[in-house]
Design a protein around this ligand. Sequence first.
Ligand SMILES: CC/C=C\C/C=C\C[C@@H](O)/C=C/C=C/C=C\[C@@H](O)CCCC(=O)O
Ligand SMILES: [Zn+2]
Length: 634
Amino acid sequence: GGCSKSEPTSAPQAKSETAVAPQAADTAQQAAADKTPQSGVDYHSFANTDDYRVQHLDLDLTVDFSRKILEGEAQLQVKRLNDKNPPLILDTRGLDIEAVRAGHGDKLEPVKFSMGEKDDHLGTPLKINLPKNATRVAIQYRTSPDASGVQWLEPQQTAGKEHPFLFTQAQAIHARSFVPLQDSPKVRITYNATIRTPKELRAVMSANNDPQAEKDGVYEFEMPQPIPSYLIALAVGDLEFKPMGERTGVYAEPSLLDDAAAEFADTESMLEATEEVYGPYRWDRYDLLILPPSFPFGGMENPRLSFITPTVIAGDKSLVALIAHELAHSWSGNLVTNSSWRDLWLNEGFTTYLTNRIMQNVYGDERYKMEMALGYDDLQATLEDRPDSDEILAVNTRGRDPDEVFSDIPYEKGSLFLYELEQKVGRENFDQFLLDYFNHFSFQSINTEDFVKYLNETLLKQYPDKLDAERIHEWIYEPGIPEGAPHPQSDAFTKLDPVRQQWLDGEIAAKDIDTSNWTFHQWKYFLDGMPEKLSDEQLKELDSAFGLTESTNNEIAFSWLMIAVRNQYQPAYPRLEEFLTSIGRNKFLRPLYRNLVETGQKDLAVRIFEEAKPGYHPLSVKVNSWVIYGEDKG
Ligand SMILES: CC/C=C\C/C=C\C[C@@H](O)/C=C/C=C/C=C\[C@@H](O)CCCC(=O)O
Ligand SMILES: [Zn+2]
């Protein structure tokens, strides 16, 4: 599968034998990428990024499904930031380092290297003694079968059941489990890759994929824009492509392709709507890759190719806000990036705010208000659930596993903060601010203090009568939500409250409620607002009137199963088991397992989890082990 250098449709380029000269990123982009954040340490990386900055990666990996490993070579182009010449320290986790060479260009000589002490959360530092002035390092290595950032799927875990599948998930600190590098979002690199696969499979990456690439077992990729390591991504499987618009298309297993292309047909409109307000799309194409159901998230914003769960293919476009979210990351997160995981809200709060705006633009005001109101309700639930320290936007992640700190606080509280700014200065003025912000920091990694400094120099200075520095500080550095914060509501929801109450009071039968025009949002609101306890009769009446146990909409099924678990409604338990063993998305798994444990049903949780575990992503095994066993059982 030769893949062209820049245009996704040109003929495969002849492959040179020596290491491909690093593609010079656009110098302005690289200069932006090299800007060291003004402050802030990344506690989740061993890399000595004050001495060296990796600028480019040339990767050459062979995919071995029989041994479940990736093996080959990573060549790093390294920029020296001083003349001290200390060892180059890189992040690894579970990598078997075979040999290391260093030097200039393709004149590389073997050099001494050593593995440091292993850390439970961070993995193992790789220390490399560099010859004076060496700027290129070549590391021969292989990954381990249980690499934390790679899932190897057997054919029966895929839609087609014939071929194996693999995909990587690097966010937050899992790139180091499949590439040795400076695994910190403060470092931005361009990359080229050669991926060698079994001939019947196709490889795709967060790079310039070529849908015409011949399935000959060798695929070449280039990512010419500097990106943080958590956005390096690879998938290999029985993948075909279907275009949806001029710059958008979908990769999926053949049996899913048509449904996925129909479900996400509005992606091009979303792309255009976002560009109109927030500036040009910098990444050439915006394609989607549909993963098998074990994918642990709704989506992952890998540049040029968002990885998407099949659980949002609902048949009615009801769950496409997820696509808007991953697309919006092309501005917030991928173009302007958090320089450490403490600052995740810069990625996710901005992206959640942009998602709501895209949904309003493409699907209208009512849907916008429902999405905002559901987000607000999720935030309230999480604020009750998390310790105060985790409610802070610039959250202290030091010494903690980012996967454990992760919640929807940076998403929904961050978005609500930006919504308040919009309400105070006016939407047009706020959009101008965001446009300027994305342009000012494009291809840079910044931290919370960089953002606050920029806000003080712009919006706060322009509207001193409308904005208050102390309140902004409270939003960012204090737990909870400031007094008087906006509370988004939806008429489509508020009119459901009396209907739900009339049913609960026995004044109306479930079958007499007109649900014919309800969107998934209204179903979710109606079900999530049910009291903690319902009688068996009530549960049976809801289920028989609305067919909830058999709902094919995974969000509706999830809300219903949460009710079924806390009421031990046995008729839904076969569906519960099928749901937990066939889907790997933690947004659904964690609350259901927690609900089972907290309602005295731990034995059932253990039995289902142990049965489902071989099919779960390593991340899902880890985070749900915490929920069920209260510790990391691996
Ligand atoms: C404050 C926490 C700091 C860092 C955590 C960063 C990442 C943690 C990792 O576990 C999650 C990464 C990927 C998330 C991908 C998609 C999410 O935006 C959506 C998750 C919910 C869903 O499934 O829709
Ligand atoms: Zn996101």
